[in-house]
Design a protein around this ligand. Sequence first.
Ligand SMILES: *[C@@H]1O[C@H](CO)[C@@H](O)[C@H](O)[C@H]1NC(C)=O
Ligand SMILES: *[C@@H]1O[C@H](CO)[C@@H](O)[C@H](O)[C@H]1NC(C)=O
Ligand SMILES: *[C@@H]1O[C@H](CO)[C@@H](O)[C@H](O)[C@H]1NC(C)=O
Length: 654
Amino acid sequence: MFRQILFLVLVVNVLAEDYKVVRLDVGSVRGEKYWAGDFYEFYGVPYATAPKGRDKFKAPLPVQPWEGIMDANIRHNVCEQVYLTDDDDDEIILDGVEDCLTMNLFVPTIANENNLVPVLVYIHSGAFSGGSGNMGKFNYLARHDVLVISFNYRLGFKGFACLGTEEIPGNAALKDQLAALRFINKYISKFGGDPNDVTLAGFSVGASMAELLALSKTTKGLIHKLILESGSALSPFAINRDPVNSATNLAISVGFKNTGKIEDLTEFLLNATAMDLAAGSKNFFLKNSTFGLSPCIENVVKNSEAILTESPLITFHKSDYEKIPVLTGFANMEGISRTIRFADWSEMMNDHFAEFLPGDLAFDSDKSRDDFINDVKKYYFKNEEITHDSVEGYIDYFSDSMFKYAIMKSAKMHALKSTRPVYLYEFSYVGKLSFKHGFMARIKGASHRDQTSYLIDFYDFTDSLADMDTRDRMTAMWTDFVKFENPTAYESLLIDVQWPKYTNKEQKYLQISDNLRVKKDLFENQYSFWDNVYEKFYWHPMPVDKKSMVVPEKTNVNEEKQKTVNEDKKPDVNEPPKKGTRDDKENNESETAKKSANEDIKKTETVDKKKSVNEPNVKSGTDDKKKPVPEEKKLNEKETSQKNPSSSKETTGK
Ligand SMILES: *[C@@H]1O[C@H](CO)[C@@H](O)[C@H](O)[C@H]1NC(C)=O
Ligand SMILES: *[C@@H]1O[C@H](CO)[C@@H](O)[C@H](O)[C@H]1NC(C)=O
Ligand SMILES: *[C@@H]1O[C@H](CO)[C@@H](O)[C@H](O)[C@H]1NC(C)=O
């Protein structure tokens, strides 16, 4: 009898400690203590409600209240997406559910309403059409006594279709992310998190979106620090330049008969099955370093809260955003991630290099474009034929054009415009958790997003001590940044350097390799090579224009033609309006606006003038009399004065 009572007392005690119940005004949730750590795990906590039916592309709705205590142990909730069983898209499997707007929380046991700890929120990757908040576990970060959160957002068409119409205004996924941040702001103190100390982080496209959100007025007060891993708001893939025609082409691939009418496309997408919407969204490997469906500049429509209303580079130039501390950087060989297509693409690059230029460049003529292609071939391929031996040049080309340039540009803009600290890293460690690729024997370098594998557990295993040291270094520095705005606040055996702030003058950064080293002038030569062309030919994304939909030519409505309707639309911004477009006049105007937007904005005399050419659809008048030009010029003069952009190939900082 006595033994039984003792047993019961023990069980009750263990249960009390093993669970944490959090009461919110929408309902209560119960998390469970992690078996090997001092934190509770909550999986599948709803933070918003996915809208349905004709509203399914719109902003999410508030959480539906629930009764009783919800067991937060739903680990497999993901938003609708497809898996391909092989490269040839033979078999497509639909996974995920419509009601997918949930988050996972990793809550340190020391955290409670009287002891609030800093919060770290991660936006996952997946090329805007895959991935989920469950794609990794956050135990190694949570062990450092910060409350870590990951969450799902709508993917593919549902998250990123952007037609600028009332039904499909665009950026539904960013609106989900905003809803998650608002939920955190409102409720995180109940879990023991500090709503006034929230770090937003992201990897790959998650980093792009994290920075887009940080630049948006809608997140004011919700984000206090920013961590970017291998992505930026300025990345070529961050914003779609032609969202209506991307959506048209992808819809055609799942049976849409293009009529050139935006209403028909809207109806098609509203009626399409979840399978078609998810299958039509797959777009991982486009040659121009974009992913098709992606965030867009919204064309403020009625009853919709716009998140992005102008080109992020313009927001930077105007300095019109909330300044917060930033930690950013990349892997030294980001482009290894593109070697999956090396065999096909390397051959095509010889004769069709134009297709491989990043999609956010728009040249004023074929000649400027071809001149630049010649420079690229000299810089990355020594002017030699691109063959199976050119893999180093191929990797460097994609590392720089798809990833590094934009990330450096963003780091420089933050350092220029803000007095808050900026920390820059390059990650070059290679271990068992790194991306496995076909060139391991020849090429030693870190691939796209590899740093993240040492921060988050992507269900991978390592028994290497060096890997564990790297993980310990990374998670300690990242969480020190989260806690103290300083990634090397405390010295330890593993962290024996002080990571200095990045400034445009000193240009110091941290090299994260087998050890930690402070270095200078990361990516300097390559930066000026690319900045030279971006200064002239950057294609500022414009607010979506539903009238830009291209109609198939009447005489030739076969599918093949339709599919390529958009292919040659971009490169020449000066091209005359296409014959047979719905509204020649409109098209002409938007082409003209696009061209003006591409004229180097730093050289236009006033911001006011710039504004009028760059934001023709934005009506809210922010009065901006500042001239960001001179300091900007200085930065660029400094950058370009020191080196010759067309000098022979530089190795990308290995
Ligand atoms: C979509 O469905 C609505 C009603 O459910 C119908 O009126 C409309 O014709 C459909 N549109 C298409 C393109 O199938
Ligand atoms: C990138 O390539 C895709 C596929 O060819 C095309 O549809 C899209 O318009 C291109 N994007 C840009 C910005 O040029
Ligand atoms: C296009 O724009 C130019 C200048 O803005 C104008 O002169 C011309 O008439 C326009 N063409 C059409 C087809 O609207």
